[in-house]
Design a protein around this ligand. Structure first.
Ligand code: BES
Ligand code: ZN
Ligand code: ZN
Length: 515
């Protein structure tokens, strides 16, 4: 756990385990004139410290401080300074430094500080052209806290990685602005962590009704949120045949979790978020084979979309956004059984459309389709975003750092892209190519769930689009690739994909008034 504070005194008044400074490739080497974060007053402080250490700081920087993005140099101060180490972090070329460069550098920094068993740290904030100081406080708090996340619930021996980090803001600066920024960073990290905790839970612990129980508990802690859960019987009675069909084979029955927030005016339309909540995806009767079977343990995270929705709803309420929102989480476990849905079955959706099943491993689009219909039938929705670990294809084609986005309106995609740049969660647009729509139309039912002749990511998005009312702005986020850490700077397990992206999207659209 990382706790963050702001510090508005000179760095010389800090004592602890480490002082962290950032530098760009152009200015970290002494030869081209050292320009560390913290500005000229801090530079003269560093020069004084360097003198105390007989030139150790500058000579080591010259030899090893490349300033390349991700380059981290830790200089032991040998007991001569009030801090044990000066840590220099490279951010690469200044013009190329964006939110994701900075965040990746922070994740690497946190790993190093954890290894050094640092407990008390001061961070000199860098200057990044697109961010104000307050934004940088928020971004840094979020990244430091996010980077310090570990899922240790089931380890008998837990390492103590707790850390206190102070962020240096301009000396004497009014605290209110920084405190608000700090709060925002904390909230975003905590809401991502909630989503990560849920996605990391194994499916023997986290089955649909267990998720619903946690959602109820989390919602109960936050004023402004309400939670409603439809159980298996209610789902069937309502006519949600797709969600019921996917979940009917498991001993752990499906449910629908609905979280509501009304922070806007009564007549304001709702932003709806719909999450895929498959707590385990074995493939069902079309049981996974080959590599997918080998990787089946990862399918406990096939509910990351639902976890994201709960995280986003929590962020909306904690930040008290002036808007109305609803989160719909379609929870089910996809298992083979005598009572499972089968290839060839025809299911009736909540929208009234019938769907022919071809392959029970393509279950995600079914449960989301009923979630989309539920949101539109029960709320006046202006914008609807679904989040799903939907296709292996997106994982293979886009890799671990890009979320695929399909959108039926350009402005919605543009808003998401802007949030993506701010938050460092990268997205890329995919086509809702209408000439392919015929391929999702059925022969014996209105729609077919799968068409083996079609690229799966596009076909699944076109399938979902059939459940979206024409007047609704809609985006579909396929997070199959980005949901799990596979890159070294990350961590292990769930990334909490899209929580921060969507929170930033909403913060842009419904700004909170400054205090
Ligand atoms: N949950 C999977 C998609 C997935 C795969 C997410 C890997 C994360 C990592 C989805 O339900 C699925 O099984 N999709 C299959 C469908 C196919 C067999 C028709 C796929 O995309 O491979
Ligand atoms: Zn599947
Ligand atoms: Zn799945």
């Amino acid at each position: 756990m990382v706790d963050i504070h702001v510090f508005n005194k000179p760095a010389s008044e800090f004592s602890g385990d480490a002082i962290v400074c950032f530098g760009y490739a152009e200015g970290l080497r002494l030869g081209s004139g050292l320009k560390p974060s913290g500005g000229p007053s801090f530079l003269s402080q560093v020069a004084a410290w360097d003198k105390k250490l007989n030139g150790r700081i500058f000579s080591l920087l010259k030899e090893e401080g490349s300033g390349a993005a991700g380059n981290v140099l830790s200089i032991d101060t040998l007991g001569h300074l009030p801090v044990r180490a000066m840590v220099w972090v490279g951010l690469g070329e200044e013009s190329a430094c964006k939110a994701d460069t900075y965040k990746d550098a922070i994740y690497g920094l946190v790993r190093l500080l954890e290894k050094q068993k640092a407990k008390k740290v001061l961070v000199m904030l860098p200057r990044i052209s697109q961010f104000s100081e307050a934004q940088l406080v928020a971004l840094s708090a979020e990244a430091l806290k996010f980077g310090g996340y570990h899922f240790t619930r089931y380890l008998s021996e837990k390492k103590n990685t707790d850390m206190d980090v102070s962020l240096q803001v301009a000396e004497g600066k009014r605290k209110a602005e920084s405190t608000q920024a700090l709060n925002m960073g904390n909230v975003l990290a905590e809401c991502s962590d909630l989503a990560r905790d849920l996605a990391n839970e194994p499916s023997n612990v986290l089955y649909p009704e267990a998720f619903a129980q946690i959602a109820r508990k989390e919602v109960g802690k936050i004023p402004g949120l309400t939670c409603r859960v439809l159980n298996f019987e209610e789902i069937k009675k309502k006519g949600m045949g797709l969600l019921a069909g996917v979940g009917q084979g498991s001993t752990r029955k499906p449910c629908l979790v609905v979280v509501e927030y009304r922070g806007g005016k009564k007549k304001d339309l709702f932003e709806a978020f719909v999450g895929k909540g498959i707590t385990f995806d074995s493939g069902g009767i079309s049981l996974k084979t080959g590599e997918a079977a080998y990787l089946m343990s990862h399918m406990k995270r096939d509910m990351a979309g639902a976890a994201c929705v709960l995280g986003v709803m929590r962020a909306i309420a904690l930040l008290k956004l002036p808007m109305n929102a609803v989160g719909v989480m379609s929870m089910a476990e996809n298992m083979p059984d005598g009572g499972s849905h089968k290839p060839g079955d025809i299911l009736k959706s909540l929208s009234g459309k019938t769907v022919e099943v071809y392959h029970t491993d393509a279950e995600g689009r079914l449960v989301i389709a009923d979630g989309l219909a539920y949101a539109q039938q029960n709320y006046s929705v202006s914008t609807m975003i679904d989040i799903a670990t939907l296709t292996g294809e997106v994982m293979r084609v886009f890799g671990p750092s890009l979320t695929a986005v399909f959108a039926n309106r350009n402005p919605l995609y543009r808003d998401l892209k802007r949030a993506s740049v701010l938050t460092g969660e990268s997205i890329w647009r995919m086509p809702l190519f209408q000439p392919y729509v015929d391929k999702v139309k059925g022969a014996f039912a209105d729609l077919r769930e799968l068409n083996f002749d079609m690229p799966n990511a596009i076909a699944s998005a076109l399938f979902l689009q059939q459940f979206v009312n024409k007047d609704v702005s809609w985006a579909h986020l396929d997070i199959a690739g980005t949901e799990e850490y596979t890159l070294p700077q990350g961590g292990k397990g769930s990334t909490g994909s899209a929580v921060r992206l969507l929170a930033h999207y909403l913060l842009q659209k419904y700004p909170i008034s400054a205090t």
